[in-house]
Design a protein around this ligand. Structure first.
Ligand code: NAI
Length: 345
């Protein structure tokens, strides 16, 4: 029987994972802590570890896992920036769930945007207090506005479709534009300059780290709305706060935050949060923060569980899905063996 050590578990994870592991005779041990250098010892005796976005799978952790005989890291998410894939190469195979419901994230992105610009969060609080005044609740139409979408993969494309339904003018930037699509691509500077709203849907890499910073904000329109449902590190938070304070940025909708690791997914309602930047963001009336919630739909959770378990089974049955394994040389075909053997190494 295959055994998985499951880190950073939440109640909502268990329904799908219990179902698909029972179905396939796989044993899962659930651990509440995240996988870090301090908790890696819990992985001894397991074939695989299952991790999420904020587990810290660095060089030290990877080598410990290897020493313990762990063969596979199963990411139950799409992004893999928190795993040192270079350290894993030749030692531990890394699988992810590249798409589980891109609709969940794209729809949450629009939910954040509408909430922000139509002041729904303010109105909700007011009417609960029987305050029916409309003062300061004036929004703006999305129809005819220019939205700049950075990253036109699965989520970015679905979000573009949703924006199309609102009659928006859509411009896009992608390092690898999809020439078969009907999207209008522009260069990054033009996107920054022309967009009324900018939405981030690219991965976090060395190249995209702090893509939104003082310099890029300087070229944007006054009052621009910035949405980030991708990864926190895409935005320099300090620069964003400055730009909101000086009214260059009109609003920000954030489902992710660069320092979210020790905060998001937990209840701090009875604590004094020590992160002053996050506290400042939350105190601003034109900032909405959700805690990395965009993926959280029933459909997405079920797909994540099913695909994660399938990744493990197909790895052991030597029928791996090459789209789901990642390594640091996947892009260099001559070094990654995926297309020849079905596995990266
Ligand atoms: P995807 O891999 O389908 O698309 C990513 C796109 O970004 C690709 O078209 C790629 O060419 C482009 N890209 C790569 N490097 C770029 C660069 N330097 N500049 C501009 N574009 C670049 O990924 P998908 O599924 O659309 O997900 C997008 C991001 O959404 C993920 O990287 C992940 O960080 C985030 N995400 C967030 C979730 C949440 O709950 N908030 C859930 C799932 C994903």
């Amino acid at each position: 029987m295959m055994k998985i050590a499951f880190f950073d578990v939440k109640q909502y994870d268990k329904t799908g994972f219990d179902f698909y592991s029972d179905l396939n005779n796989i044993k899962i041990k659930y651990y509440e802590p995240r996988l870090t250098a301090d908790t890696v010892g819990l992985a001894q005796g397991f074939d695989a570890v299952c991790v999420f976005v904020n587990d810290e799978v660095d060089d030290y952790v990877v080598n410990k896992l290897y020493e313990y005989g762990v063969k596979v890291i199963l990411l139950r998410c799409a992004g893999f920036n928190n795993v040192d894939t270079k350290a894993c190469f030749g030692k531990i195979h890394v699988y992810r769930v590249p798409a589980y419901s891109p609709y969940s994230v794209a729809e949450h992105t629009m939910a954040l945007l509408l909430t922000s610009i139509r002041r729904i969060h303010k109105a909700y609080n007011r009417t609960r207090d029987f305050n029916f005044s409309l003062t300061e609740l004036t929004g703006f139409d999305l129809f005819g506005k220019t939205i700049g979408i950075i990253g036109t993969g699965k989520i970015g494309k679905i979000f573009a479709n949703i924006c199309n339904g609102f009659g928006m003018n859509i411009i896009c930037y992608d390092k690898f534009p999809d020439k078969s699509s009907k999207l209008k691509y522009v260069d990054l500077q033009e996107l920054f300059k022309k967009s009324d709203i900018i939405s981030l849907h690219c991965p976090l890499t060395d190249e995209t780290s702090y893509l939104i910073n003082k310099n890029s904000i300087d070229v944007m329109k006054k009052g621009v709305v910035i949405i980030n449902t991708s990864r926190g590190g895409l935005i320099n938070t300090e620069d964003l706060i400055d730009a909101i304070k000086n009214k260059k940025v009109g609003a920000a909708c954030l489902d992710v935050y660069e320092e979210e690791n020790d905060i998001f997914f937990r209840d701090f309602s009875n604590h004094i949060v020590q992160d002053d930047q996050l506290a400042r963001l939350i105190s601003l009336p034109n900032v909405i923060v959700t805690s990395h919630q965009a993926f959280l739909t029933k459909e997405a959770l079920d797909n994540i569980a099913q695909m994660t378990i399938n990744n493990l089974i197909s790895f052991y049955e030597n029928k791996p899905n090459i789209n789901n394994e990642v390594c640091y040389v996947c892009a260099k075909r001559e070094e990654c063996h995926k297309e020849k053997s079905g596995k990266c190494f």
